[in-house]
Design a protein. Structure first.
Ligand code: ATP
Ligand code: MG
Lengths: 306, 244
């Protein structure tokens, strides 16, 4: 379990992290979101025992990160922001160094080869880290973080710089590990939240402003339960728009003339799908597409952190 | 202990995976020889010993050792790898000692490569090899002392250039602590007892006594304490400032 109790970090007059408390349990994949400079990295650094909090405390699997630092670090896999590494080392040399420090000896050493395969690092093993592309560098950082199969993973922007295939791979990897681990990832990619997280914390200016499931957050969106339709014949657009707006359950209608698309936003998130499809049938409007929205995280994110 | 060994191995590998190590060794050997043969008048003196060689070591090390030690922590902070290292299950102590030992071994390798000089004096005459061994040990201790000072200076900054300059100044002060140019600087504003204490810390007096071939326990204790003191200071500084 990760436990953060009233963590604060001040740099001079700037409060980077302000009274952040939360707990994360096994099986939870926590997405840590927030605008640039919100304090995500600083919080993760305090959990990893790298930055000493100004006040408050944190523990990893019951080990206080300051009093019992070695035990806490042993239970932790940590990918620092920007995936720092020893640039002059080869990928193989670097990973073996970490494996040595992590005490991967005997049968457990096989994990190293397994992780290298899983992150497809085979082809760059003898290249020096300085000469790697950004995505490969990130994958080396990930390999470093997961090789000892830790119960807790803290990953600061794990998919930053990865190509779409690798993003997919890494998300699959996170999902695989999610069952028995505690995983915290910080990210700016909101689709990632849907892909891997079952809990979201949003921070802004150092404070937690939302702590919910991705579905719960999406439900706060104006677009929650909104229905968007595309018309077969564009000339029916104005008529359909005013018909939709006249429905009592519809709060607002957005138009995109180029795509002949109408989006009906419900009042208080009440379901309107049936009403909209009935209306189309009544008006004799042929639909190319009918789509129920669950809510837009980016819009919620903007509203909450503005 | 295991972790210290792992860090020593990585660091040593780091030295030799870039050309810097080889350039350093070549410069060290070239300057050491030049000082010995020209300034030290190795041949002209007509004596079979290595005095002209060892006499210049403090001055040679004054610039070359900070060149080794400047990267110890400054580079680690600049590249951010310190965050990686400090979140592995190693203590700050293990990291500081491991890096120090690796740098010392590296300096030792450079020093060991001066062995042709030793062969030369043995070929030319019959020197006191015991005294030469003592002088080599003294030189190694001197290097270790400077490295400990340099390690501390490197922990203070993210810039290797600043670490180098601080290293040279720091080494200069401990080297000449007993000499007027340093004591005078302190005499005006420190009590006499403190000035004497600083003076007794001088590297040069201790090195010179070993260099004469006398391995006194007090000199060994002096170097051990001084190294320990600066390594403790390195740990303290890093503990406070590692993330800044
Ligand atoms: N060592 C430091 N000294 C001074 N200020 C710092 C330091 N580290 C972080 N800060 C400040 O703390 C605040 C939070 O930074 P942090 O890196 O945690 O943000 P973040 O949420 O990770 O942002 P991003 O999304 O850009 O990665 C920022 O205003 C930053 O400038
Ligand atoms: Mg960040």
């Amino acid at each position: 379990m990760i436990k953060s109790e009233h963590l604060c970090k001040r740099y001079g007059s700037l409060t980077a992290v302000d009274d952040v408390s939360f707990e994360v349990r096994p099986g939870e994949v926590l997405g840590f979101l927030g605008p640039n400079g919100a304090g995500k990295t600083t919080t993760m650094r305090m959990l990893a025992g790298f930055v000493v909090p100004t006040s408050g405390k944190a523990s990893i699997c019951g080990h206080d990160v300051e009093q019992d630092a070695l035990a806490a670090k042993s239970s932790l896999g940590y990918l620092p922001e920007g995936a720092p590494a020893y640039g002059e080392m080869t990928v193989r040399g670097f990973l073996e160094f970490i494996a040595d420090l992590r005490g991967l000896v005997g049968a457990r050493r096989a994990r190293l080869g397994h992780v290298i395969d899983r992150l497809q690092l085979g082809e760059v093993l003898s290249q020096s880290i300085d000469t790697l592309s950004k995505g490969f560098r990130r994958r080396v950082g990930l390999a470093q973080a997961i090789m000892h199969d830790p119960p807790v993973l803290l990953l600061d922007e794990p998919t930053d710089g990865l190509d779409p295939n690798q993003k997919h791979e890494v998300r699959a990897l996170i999902n695989e590990m999610a069952r028995d681990k505690i995983i915290v990832i910080s990210t700016h990619i909101l689709e990632e939240v849907d892909a891997v997280c079952n809990r979201v914390i949003i921070v802004a200016r150092g404070r937690i402003v939302a702590d919910d499931s991705p579905q719960g957050l999406a439900a706060q969106s104006r677009y929650h339960n909104a229905v968007s339709i595309r018309l077969e014949r564009g000339e029916q657009l104005p008529a359909m728009q005013s018909a939709l707006a006249a429905l009592p359950a519809v709060a607002e209608v957005e138009v995109s003339g180029r795509e002949s698309r109408l989006t009906a936003l419900p009042r208080q998130g009440s379901p309107i799908l049936q009403a909209v499809s009935d209306l189309a049938a009544r008006e004799g409007v042929e639909l190319k597409e009918l789509h129920l929205e669950s809510g837009r995280l980016d819009e919620v994110f903007r509203t909450i952190t503005a | 202990m295991r972790n210290v060994g792992i860090i020593v191995r990585r660091e040593l590998g780091g030295y030799f995976s870039t050309p810097i190590a080889y350039i350093f060794i070549v410069i060290f050997l070239a300057v050491a020889s030049w000082l010995t043969f020209y300034l030290g008048q190795f041949y002209e003196r007509g004596q079979a010993d290595l005095d002209p060689f060892f006499t210049f070591h403090p001055w040679l090390y004054l610039f070359l050792i900070p060149a080794i030690s400047m990267r110890l922590w400054a580079e680690e902070r600049k590249s951010g790898s310190i965050e990686l290292l400090m979140t592995q299950p190693v203590t700050l102590w293990q990291a500081v000692v491991g890096k120090f030992i690796a740098a010392w071994i590296f300096a030792g390798i450079a020093l060991a490569l001066t062995f042709p000089l030793w062969i030369t004096v043995n070929y030319l005459g019959s020197p006191d090899n015991g005294a030469i061994l003592a002088a080599y040990i003294g030189s190694l201790l001197l290097a270790a002392g400077f490295l400990a000072v340099g390690s501390f200076m490197s922990a203070l900054t993210r810039s290797q250039v600043v670490a180098f300059i601080l290293g040279v100044v720091g080494c200069f002060v401990v080297l000449l602590a007993g000499y007027p140019m340093v004591t005078d600087a302190f005499r005006s504003w420190l009590p006499q007892a403190l000035v004497d204490a600083i003076a007794s810390l001088s590297f040069l007096t201790h090195f010179e006594s070993i260099e004469k071939g006398v391995l006194d326990v007090r000199d060994l204790v002096y170097f051990a304490m001084l190294i320990g003191y600066f390594l403790i200071a390195t740990v303290v500084v890093l503990d406070v400032r590692k993330a800044e």
